[in-house]
Unconditional design. Sequence first.
Length: 355
Amino acid sequence: MIFRQLFDSVSSTYTYLLADSSSGEAVLVDTVFEHHLRDRALLDELGLALVAVLDTHCHADHVTGAWLMQQATGCRYGVSRRYGPALACADLPLDHGDRIPFGKHSLTVRATPGHTDGCLTFVTDDHTMAFTGDTLLIRGAGRCDFQQGNARMLYRSITEQIFTLPENCLIYPGHDYSGRTVSTVAEERAHNPRIGGQATERDFVGFMENLALPHPKLIAHAVPANLACGRPADGQVPVLATWGPVRQTYAGLLEIEPDWVAQHLAGIFVLDVREREELQSPLGAIPGARHVPLDELRGRVEEIPRDKPVIAVCHAGMRSGQATVILRAAGFSEVANLRGGMLLWSALGLPVERA
């Protein structure tokens, strides 16, 4: 199975990608709206087909990327059916015991309310991994002071639905604010200061009811947005660029396809950042391209026009990727890297000029 743990530094949210390596079918757990392009790029680069995007609960600290993923991939959106009509946009209402298949693998749903009334924990079919959202954190547990939270219910959810999993089952939480990434059932049963050791329900409830935490900063925005599945108020999917079909790679670079560039040479500025001797190679150069070697670019950035989109190109697309970083840092907003560089351009039989 393919597994990736992704992170949002603003809300300290973890997003999880699980996929069947044979079929390529995948699920995403707890996506973040602002990282939609990152997650899409990872799916594309790994050649995966998203069958479902899942939320462990209706979040109060970030907006889900579920609606964007639905629009981009046609996947289903799964969240607790306890939210009922309030989350009518979800087309995969989930309840305790439901199973979400992806290829030869699956996630089983365990209802674990307490942090909110609609909290779910997703457990892999072999009981080796559990995605606990805000129900059970690493050495902590989700607060219970809003969205129908109930500390007694949370105690029962953790002890009856999570602590009954195998001791070596890995615990992957929805957040961690100290950089911790994973725990186990055995660790949390032994060392969690809120519910581990010999803690009784009274101990846990007393601890949780005296946390005195500040109200979540984004709750007034995040909860209504999440009840709409993360769909923006204007119903529009954000785009990277209006001038061309620019995509973002998982590495965060902006790139564009050679075919599009070849068809739009008159309206763009092509910047070739190879070394001078490379222009004599059999690959040739793109007609009309301006040559500025990468190691000279910072000192010659004023030679680059700002009234056209700039497409950076090199031998294979690596150095030109760094050129786009330099240009964006210099204030260029319409910039993209030519995917595959001159190697792919030549392989596609696109026009070149030779010295």
